[in-house]
Design a protein around this ligand. Structure first.
Ligand SMILES: [Ca+2]
Length: 454
């Protein structure tokens, strides 16, 4: 089944409502509510995620429970029949435009706990003696009544609502977060087994949504937008690297450029492998599909702050590149160099420069310029798959260069520099790369001045 989610737009005050039934009601026992949210940055008046997200509260006397965003912080709030309020508030704030998993747990043994992305974010001692039960509907988003002095409603996306008539443990909440939604409810513990209600929001169209535990099409979707995919539920985004004939073995450590970290290889097939945090750690998950980057075998047996074995380069200045970047230049002394960083893989060598120089400046169809002095005052260089680099004018056998600061990309880019140097007959434009990184010039254009003959 395709994985849809719902967006509640500001413009329509989108909301989801479910009529009262026992599975949604916190009553007098332990209780857990968990869902994924992605707040929309829709209003300049809201500098941080804000609004009443999910709640089941009595219309008048406010008895019930709710998850709230207030200035980016998450609150889990309960009010029992004796009007005792308990609230667990996160110290951290959550971001706009990113999926965050939030969960509230009521443990009648004496506390309520708020979880963010599977981690306990706040826990408040709280003796709830009386019921939280009410006959009101369960809602997500738009609600006219105030609650807890609050009347703003949540705008953004929601998915995979799970409600339990028990207090989930920290590891159970983490398991939901780690395993995520994104797959139909099958009754297993990780997929929400023992849940009293699960709304997957996978209908994809229409104005109703089903509780898949009870198999009832009971929720009403009002003024919301169904959206397909793009949900970073961990179960669907375990990072699988496709690299034909990669040759790695389970347990190898590799540096992964797009994560900028060393990971452990697992689940090896001839052309794919998965990445783990460590030999015994969790799989690494990732949100976006990637089509570029690289993986290198990493030597984790030691951290190389000293690189030795360079006796043949004694006295020379060598360049060091690591993970596609220049670390710096170092003088070899005693057959070794000292690195300022811990690098797990590196290349050391004598530097050489790439230099491209144009022909003497001449304009076809214009009055001959050869004998006149010219000065290049501006240069624009177009490049692709390039790092750093410099451009400028060669004048009087000296190069007057300005850095291009190229950042690696598979898309071409332009950099414009103002050129130093004076008037000369040649008008040589120079593009130069001194670092052990790639530089590919596609074209160059210049602005120049010509000295009027006396
Ligand atoms: Ca869904």
């Amino acid at each position: 089944m395709a994985n849809y989610y719902l967006t509640l737009p500001e413009s329509t005050w989108g909301r989801i409502t479910v009529p009262h039934y026992d599975a949604l009601d916190a009553g007098s026992g332990d209780f857990t509510i968990a869902l994924w949210i992605k707040p929309a940055a829709v209003d300049e008046a809201r500098p941080a995620p804000t609004g009443l997200v999910a709640y089941k509260i009595a219309d008048i006397d406010d008895i019930g429970y709710g998850l709230i965003l207030r200035d980016g912080k998450v609150e889990f709030r309960t009010t029992d029949a004796s009007m005792t309020d308990c609230v667990a508030v996160s110290t951290q704030t959550i971001p706009f435009e990113k999926w965050t998993h939030i969960a509230g747990v009521i443990d009648r043994d004496g506390y309520i706990t708020l979880y963010i992305d599977g981690q306990a974010a706040a826990s408040t001692p709280c003796t709830l003696v009386n019921t939280l039960g009410n006959e009101s509907y369960f809602g997500i988003g738009g609600r006219e009544q105030e609650w807890g002095g609050y009347n703003a409603c949540y705008w953004g996306a929601v998915d995979d609502l799970r409600i339990y008539k028990k207090a989930l443990s920290a590891s159970e909440v983490a398991a939901i977060y780690n395993h995520g939604g994104g797959r139909p409810y099958s009754g297993s513990i990780l997929e929400g087994g023992e849940a009293s209600a699960v709304f997957e929001f996978n209908e994809g169209s229409g104005t109703s949504t089903a509780d898949s535990v009870h198999g009832i099409d009971i929720g009403t979707v009002s003024y919301c937008v169904w959206e397909l995919g793009g949900i970073p539920f961990h179960s669907s985004t375990e990072l699988i690297v496709y690299l034909p004939n990669h040759g790695y073995s389970n347990g190898d450590f590799v540096y992964v450029s797009w994560l900028n970290r060393v990971c452990c290889v697992g689940n090896v097939t001839q052309n794919t492998f998965m990445l783990y945090e460590s030999l015994v750690g969790n799989p690494i998950y990732f949100v976006n599909e990637l089509t570029s980057g690289y993986v290198q075998l990493a030597d984790t047996s030691q951290s190389h702050t000293i690189i030795s074995g360079l006796e043949h380069l004694e006295g020379n200045t060598v360049y060091v590149a690591s993970n596609g970047r220049l670390v710096g230049s170092f003088a070899v002394s005693g057959g070794q160099i000292a690195m300022p960083i811990d690098a797990t893989n590196y290349i050391v060598g004598l530097p050489y420069a790439m230099k491209a120089r144009t022909m003497r400046l001449e304009l076809p169809q214009a009055q001959a310029l050869q004998s006149r002095t010219k000065r290049i005052h501006k240069a624009s260089v177009r490049y692709v798959r390039s790092v750093d680099g410099a451009a400028g004018q060669e004048y009087d056998n000296k190069e007057y260069l300005s850095d291009l600061h190229a950042a690696y990309s598979t898309q071409s880019d332009d950099a414009e520099v103002l050129v130093k140097g004076g008037f000369a007959e040649d008008g040589f434009l120079v593009v130069r790369s001194d670092t052990p990184t790639p530089f590919t010039v596609l074209s160059a254009s210049i602005g120049f001045s010509v000295d009027e003959p006396a």
